[in-house]
Every structure is written in structure tokens, then in C-alpha cells.
Design a protein around this ligand. Structure first.
Ligand code: GUN
Length: 293
């Protein structure tokens, strides 16, 4: 069994991006610039956005953080999105989710210019992904494919089972894995809360992507000997073993599943660290106009 070390890979990729930024600077090019809009004071969102800004600094990007109070109106938010769409200095931007209930999240996402949608949440980017066209792919699926590439885990002809059908993980990763080409060409089954024979189907998988958000859902009897298991789950579960009283728990019962696997991602330290790196990669692609020329 080999552990897929997302932390190590994310550090390597950050170093590669930092080198590319140095080269851009030396050649007098434009430094990539990411902006983030944060609404309110949700603790999780504040931490996520702070980490995104810190990661930009680490690789030499410019970053701009725009904060609004909880009571910001949808109109004010849309006006800021429009301003960022028209600001040539900003290569890409994100609106951190969740947003307060009085704001129509979908309207805000759809107001972002797809060329600057480095989260890959805009329907144009999702549609282009489905069609196999160049697109911004959202952070988690992008990160999973990158981990498969870095560990040379081939997917062609493999049976991949994706557990969960969310718009930002399950659905897009199922599309990427079934696409023509390297790190695609897989036979993909998407399983969800209404699926029958879930355990039996799962136990035939060469690769399992667990993205249900149900702690320790995947047990040893659901995993074939030699399977690759990618755990996307990050649920905060009460724990007597940590100072905070919580521990981040994946969707896989790691201790009993790991011995059966050829490769497995730990939680934390697997897919998680890859997500910010994916955002940085998308920002670099945006600044180089590699998706939309
Ligand atoms: N909230 C949790 N994850 C994400 C993400 O990847 N992007 C944005 N914009 N909000 C989030």
C-alpha cells in the first residue's frame, strides 16, 4: 500500500508555480493577480480565504481581498463582480461560498465572466468541461486528476466508482475520468443516496472516489484487493483525542481499508492540500490566457 501524499505534491506544485512566476517577472510579464470576495464572518470561510491569500503570496502572485458585511445587498455584490470583470489588472477571482441566504448564489456565480472564473463554477466552464473543451475545472476534481498524474495511476479502461454526485466534486470528476485521453478513458459509475447494490458495485471498482460527506462510509468489504481509493471527505467529527474536541474525518474507514489498497489518500493530507494549488494553477492559466485566448 502506498500513501498518496497530497501535502508533499502540493508543496512541489507551489514551487513549480513560484518558478514560473519568477520567469514571468524576469521577462517583464504580468504577475498573476487573484481577487477573492468574502461576505460575512463565517469562521471556516475566513480561514479558507486567508489560506488562499497566503498561498498567493507564497508563489509570488498578487492578491486582493474584498470583504463585505453579512447585510450586503445582492445588487452591491453583483456590482463588485461586474467591477472585477472589467478590471484588466485582475486575472481571476472567486466569491467565497456559502453566501447569506438573502443572496441568490447562482445569480452571483453566473455574473462572473467565465474567463475569470478560476473556481470553475460558472455554467459555461462546466458545459465546456462536459464537451471536452478547454475550461476552468473546479479545485477538487482538478486536484484529484493531478494526484493521479503525479503518482502515474492510469485510468484507461479502469472501472472508477464515484460516490456522490455533487456539482463541485462527484459530477465533474465523473466527467473528467470518462473523457477521451490520458487520465480519462475510464468506465465510470456514479453512485449516490438512491443507488441500489451500492456495496456490491463499489467492491468491483479499480478506483474509488469517495465524495459523499459521510464519515467513514467506505468499509473494507466495499473495496477490492489492490484498489486505488481517493477520499474527498472532510467532515468535522467530535473527538476526545484532540484539543479542539473535533477531528477532520474522511469518507473512508482508513485503518481497515488502507491494507487492501494499492494507493490511498489520507485525511487530512490527501486531496485537501491540492485544492488551493488547483486555484493557483487556474489563476496562472487565466493570466496566461490559456483557456480563453
Ligand atoms: N467554499 C468552500 N469551498 C469553496 C471553493 O472551492 N470556492 C468557493 N468560492 N467557495 C468555497
Amino acid at each position: 500500500m502506498q500513501l498518496i501524499d497530497g501535502k508533499k505534491i502540493s508543496i512541489e506544485i507551489k514551487a513549480e508555480i513560484a518558478q514560473e512566476v519568477k520567469n514571468i517577472k524576469n521577462n517583464g510579464g504580468k504577475i498573476p493577480h487573484l481577487a477573492a470576495i468574502l461576505v460575512g464572518h463565517d469562521g471556516g470561510s475566513e480561514t479558507y480565504v486567508a489560506n488562499k491569500v497566503k498561498s498567493c503570496e507564497e508563489v509570488g502572485f498578487k492578491s486582493t481581498l474584498i470583504c463585505f458585511e453579512d447585510n450586503v445587498t445582492e445588487k452591491e455584490l453583483l456590482s463588485k463582480v461586474n467591477e472585477l470583470n472589467n478590471n484588466n489588472g485582475i486575472d481571476g477571482f472567486i466569491v467565497q461560498l456559502p453566501l447569506p441566504k438573502h443572496i441568490n448564489k447562482q445569480a452571483v456565480i453566473e455574473a462572473i465572466n467565465p474567463c475569470k472564473d478560476v473556481d470553475g463554477f460558472h455554467p459555461v466552464n462546466i458545459g465546456r468541461t462536459v464537451l471536452g473543451m478547454p475550461s476552468f475545472v473546479s479545485a477538487t476534481p482538478f486536484g484529484i486528476i493531478e494526484l493521479l498524474k503525479r503518482y502515474k495511476i492510469q485510468t484507461s479502461g479502469k472501472h472508477c466508482v464515484v460516490l456522490g454526485r455533487s456539482n463541485i466534486v462527484g459530477r465533474p470528476i465523473s466527467i473528467l475520468l470518462s473523457q477521451k485521453g490520458s487520465y480519462g478513458d475510464a468506465t465510470v459509475t456514479v453512485l449516490h443516496s438512491r443507488s441500489k447494490y451500492l456495496e456490491q458495485i463499489c467492491s468491483t471498482a479499480d478506483i474509488i472516489i469517495a465524495a459523499l460527506g459521510q464519515p467513514e462510509f467506505v468499509k473494507a468489504n466495499m473495496v477490492k484487493e489492490g484498489a486505488v481509493v481517493i477520499d474527498v471527505g472532510t467532515t468535522r467529527v467530535k473527538s476526545k483525542l484532540t484539543k479542539s474536541g473535533f477531528k477532520i474525518t474522511g469518507d473512508v474507514k482508513f485503518d481497515e481499508v488502507a491494507p487492501k489498497c494499492s494507493f490511498i489518500t489520507p485525511v487530512p493530507g490527501g486531496v485537501g492540500p491540492m485544492t488551493i494549488v488547483s486555484l493557483l494553477k487556474n489563476t496562472l492559466l487565466a493570466s496566461k490566457k490559456e483557456i480563453y485566448s
